[in-house]
Design a protein around this ligand. Structure first.
Ligand code: ADP
Ligand code: MG
Length: 333
């Protein structure tokens, strides 16, 4: 006799005894036994349906414990089981998200180190080669030796620019240079930067124009950082615009914010590069950027500073049609 049948007989006996004790009529006792008999397969089903969710939950928990964070329980019957399964699934999803974020950060860190090493290797190799040649006593004529010295100086400058930009980025990221907000006149900062870059523009016969900004209150910002934003954007516009082009800086006040725009008639940027243009070390044309003394970090610094001021950056560009870089900053209410 199986355990379940024994259990059924015991229960039936108990029901009959109970019925007798309660002096139920004979048909009542028979009905109770029939009811029990009828409910028995359902009870078995019930116990299975209670056991299955727990089994599923345990199975998912074991998988998660073994490091498979994609394991999920999914829908199960019963309120409490459902809540438990949902909590477990939520926990696994959270761990999975955190892990993929960590993996992304780790990949970015590795890429960054590889990029920095790569950027330093070229100027370092040049410095070494020129220095070795000079040390060996070759070439002997003073003019060529001076040229070699200038090459060494140029490459050292390039490495200095890279290290400076890296230090700026790292202090921005560590929060060491979290913006010290004071009311800043954007027009004045733009004017200073335009004046400083005028000689560079003139050398290429580029018209560098600053349109008067609309009246607006001082923008709460870190003056030094804003100056860097203007410098990087206007420097790019001049660098990537061919001879006799035009670079125009203007601003417009909108709902609670000001939008500053740097527009150029330069080479433009193909659409496929636009989504990544603000990433560190991302350049459309590496050789051209290096030739212009670029580090590939200027726009990443711009984005960082603008976002630290609760603003946003944007770009519109078409190859051969020039580029329009803009950023917004919130105005005091
Ligand atoms: N005004 C512009 N016109 C065309 N291309 C630009 C312009 N500004 C930036 N770029 C592209 O974006 C890249 C990244 O700019 P940036 O971060 O300032 O680095 P860098 O100027 O040092 O190369 C540049 O290498 C260039 O390809
Ligand atoms: Mg630049």
């Amino acid at each position: 006799m199986t355990t379940t049948v024994k259990l059924f007989l015991a229960l039936a006996g108990a029901v009959l005894a109970g019925a007798a004790a309660a002096s139920l009529p004979a048909w009542g006792a028979a009905a109770a036994v029939l009811l029990l008999a009828a409910s028995f397969p359902a009870a078995r089903g019930l116990s299975r349906s209670l056991g299955q969710p727990l089994h599923d939950i345990r199975e998912a928990a074991e998988k998660i414990a073994a490091g498979d964070f994609s394991a999920r329980v999914g829908p199960v019957p019963g309120d409490e089981h459902r809540q438990l399964a949902a909590a477990l699934d939520k926990m696994a999803a959270r761990i999975q998200d955190d892990l993929s974020r960590l993996e992304r950060v780790e990949k970015m860190r590795k890429d960054f180190v590889a990029n920095v090493s790569h950027e330093l290797r070229t100027p370092l190799a040049a410095v070494k080669a020129y220095a070795e040649t000079l040390v060996s006593g070759e070439p002997q004529d003073v003019k060529t030796r001076q040229e070699f010295c200038r090459e060494i100086e140029g490459n050292a400058d390039r490495m200095t620019r890279l290290v400076d930009d890296l230090l700026t980025l790292s202090s921005l990221e560590s929060g060491a240079r979290s913006p010290t907000k004071e009311p800043v006149s954007l027009m004045r900062v733009a004017g200073e930067v335009v004046a400083a870059l005028k000689p560079l523009a003139q050398r290429k016969r580029i018209v560098l124009r600053l349109d008067p900004f609309p009246d607006m209150p001082g923008v709460p910002a870190d003056r030094g950082q804003l100056k860097q934003v203007f410098t990087n954007l206007i420097d790019n516009a001049v660098k990537y615009t061919p001879e006799a082009g035009v670079v125009r800086v203007h601003a417009a006040v909108g709902k609670g914010e000001v939008r500053v725009t740097v527009e150029d008639s330069g080479c433009g940027i193909p659409a496929e590069h636009l989504p990544r243009i603000f990433e560190r070390f991302y350049r459309v044309d590496k050789a051209r950027s290096r030739e212009q003394g670029g580090t590939g970090l200027g726009l990443a610094i711009v984005k960082h500073i603008v976002e630290a001021h609760a603003g946003s950056v944007a770009i519109q560009s078409e190859p051969g049609q020039g580029s329009t870089f803009s950023f917004t900053l919130p105005l005091p209410s």
